[in-house]
Design a protein around this ligand. Sequence first.
Ligand code: UDP
Ligand code: MN
Length: 272
Amino acid sequence: MSSEAFVTLATNDGYALGALVVAQSLRKVGTQRKLVVMISKHVSNLIKQTLETSFDEVVLVEELDSQDSENLNLLRRPELGITFTKVNCWLLEKYSKCVFLDADILVLRNIDDLFEREEFSAAPDAGWPDCFNSGLFVYRPSKETFRKLVQFASQQHASFDGGDQGLLNGFFSNWRSSDVSRHIPFVYNVTANTFYSYVPAITRFHNDIRVVHFAGALKPWHLTYNPQNEQLSGNLDGQHDVQREFLLSWWKVMYERVWPQLSKFNQQSEQN
Ligand code: UDP
Ligand code: MN
């Protein structure tokens, strides 16, 4: 069990704030697994120090980029080429099995049972359920798989959307027809689009949700939180009530569990 880990990724300070909430939300629900964050050289020292106290391991990785601006423009997410960096998670061979989580995820209930699943397991994507959402998946670290993935990624049009989701769906293309055990239930990776497309289901299954994934351009750390009145401000136009509720839950973890650590290191760096 000690050789199993949750793994996330942050190539800049914004996503690193997300990673800190991933770690604290996993600790809050009593995970028994190790926590690992992969970072690139662009994460600042202050945030890196905070990551080191929250995670069992901080691993510096090289950035990989799809350079596929055409498809990324179709997605309206030009920044997502860098998500190819995610494949570095296959290099963490000291762990026998891992669960990768995007940095824009909030864990609400214990998900350690995911480790009973095998590579490659993931939940369906709400936009195209024959594809999996690449924000959460179970995998086995292996340099050999990493090598094959990098080789696959170097081909032209390796990723149909220019991001890691297109890449991994291309590589693990048998997922859609595989055994149901490789299909993780949707409550383990509930993406924001569900809040608009199927509101009755959100009402019905609200209490079963284990993981909320803030997929899309609006990330929780783009907003501002006022702890006095527990209100959010920022570009919240058109956000559904349930979406606002989860954004608030993210900020409560940030304010109660991450902020104190950040201010501690901030004070230390001001004193030095
Ligand atoms: N990511 C990162 N830096 C970036 C963009 C993405 O580290 O500039 C990582 C981060 O772990 C993030 C994941 O790649 O959660 C996938 O990107 P994102 O969550 O923005 O994609 P979405 O879920 O919105 O499709
Ligand atoms: Mn995401």
